[in-house]
Ligand binder design. Structure first.
Ligand SMILES: [Zn+2]
Length: 75
């Protein structure tokens, strides 16, 4: 199983990228099913993304993306 740090490193890509390598994606998925703390981060970021999408912000500027990544790391 992956370590939390590895999963969190790739969590952002996992959620935001449609063509995430399937092997890595599966590893992350498995980890999320077994790890409460990573799963809650995952949920947190997904909700954030949903809110951005609802706000009609499909093409967020890079600065905003960086801000979000920063927020997630603080969480
Ligand atoms: Zn974990």
């Amino acid at each position: 199983m992956s370590h939390c740090e590895d999963v969190l490193d790739h969590l952002y890509e996992y959620i935001h990228s449609n063509d995430f390598p399937s092997d890595g994606g599966t590893e992350i998925k498995k980890h999320l099913q077994n790890c409460r703390s990573c799963f809650s981060r995952y949920e947190f970021e997904q909700r954030l993304l949903e809110r951005l999408r609802n706000a009609g912000c499909c093409q967020c500027p890079d600065s905003l993306k960086k801000k979000i990544q920063f927020l997630i790391k603080q969480f």
